[in-house]
Structure formats: C-alpha cells, structure tokens
Design a protein around this ligand. Sequence first.
Ligand code: DX5
Ligand code: ZN
Length: 216
Amino acid sequence: MIKIAPSLLAADILNLARDVKMLEESGAHWLHIDVMDGMFVPNITFGPQYVSALRKITNLVLDVHLMVEKPERYIEDFCKAGADYVTVHCEATPHLDRTLQLIKFHGKKTGVALNPATDVRSIKYVLDKLDMVLLMSVNPGFGGQQFIESTYDKLNELKDLIGERKIEIQVDGGVNDEIGTKLVACGATVLVAGSYILNHTNPKKAIDLLKNISKN
Ligand code: DX5
Ligand code: ZN
C-alpha cells in the first residue's frame, strides 16, 4: 500500500492542531516535517520543540526530513522529541554512516535524502542501514515548486540499486495525483505532498486520489 505523507510546511502554522486533526480524519498515514536551517537550504523552519508538540497531539508516524548542515548534531534531540523516521541529506554530512548508526542507536527508522543532482550510487555502501530513501524531486528549501522530470529515471536506478531489500522509497516535491501515479509505477512507496493536499479545496479528496493510485 502506498503511504501518503502530507508536508506540514503547507499547513496553517497558527492552526496547526486543527490541520493535523483534519489530516488524520482525511486518512493521511504519516506527517512529513521539513526542518530547514538556513544553511543547507536558504529557508528556516522548525526545531525539535515542534516535533515534541506534534507528538503530544497525534499518533500518526512523524517523518522528520532534516535539511540541516551536519545533522549528526541534532539526531538525539529529534529522536527524543518523538520522531519515528529521521531522514538526513547525504550531501549535508561527511559522516553519513555514523549518523545513520546514531539514529538506529536511538531506536528510530533511518532515511537518507538525495538532492536532484545527487547520484543514487552515493548511498550504495549504506543501503543495509536504511529504512528509507527520499528522492528530492525539487531543490529543497521551499514548498510549491515544480516537479523535476528526471526523478522518474532516478527512481528506476534506485530500484535496481535497492534490489530485494525492504527499503521505503519516498518522493518529495511537486507531487500531485497525476505525477504520483507515474512515481508509483516507477517504484515509489511513500508520497510526500504539501501544497497539493493543503491548498486543495478538498484535502480529503486529494488524499483519497493519492491513496487510490495503488489500485490503478
Ligand atoms: C521542500 C520540502 C518538501 C515540501 C513539499 O524542501 O522538502 O517536503 O514541503 O512541498 P510541495 O508538495 O508543495 O512541493
Ligand atoms: Zn520534505
């Protein structure tokens, strides 16, 4: 089954609890949390306190996407705050293997994110430490950007690299139901969608359309 992970970057920050409840009632599986540090990406968003506040109001899977330089500095904080998945960018640390071990040490699921220009082979030697690979289909930093078409080829390459391993394949950036259909056909198992779901006139309908993709 395809998992749907709405990005809270597109939520109403002053009505966050209301939006989380609405996403729960609309059948979202995970909540995708975009952490930006103003260094790795040009934008600044949330810290561990945001995750612990969310942890108190929802049982949905908290999927934390760290767009942060040297993420190893913050792994413990985000794990203790209640993250379920912690995803770091392979471009953001010279110590990817050590960082993944740290996430595992705290009992959480590991993810590695790849920017659009990063070769999938850069994660070849850490595959056995991964629960998820996140392919960025926009340049990270902002919601509402246009999907980058080369993601489809990259997905096919990633699938070959992963082989029989049980690793989730997440795609993030510019996803809607039409693009999602093609992504799932190429092997995506988790779809992140921010503006498509939260700016939709009927977010439940948007989630349903994404959820139904697997049945097509
Ligand atoms: C971009 C973030 C995405 C973003 C997706 O840096 O990683 O998660 O919120 O937003 P949309 O779906 O609007 O592209
Ligand atoms: Zn993200």
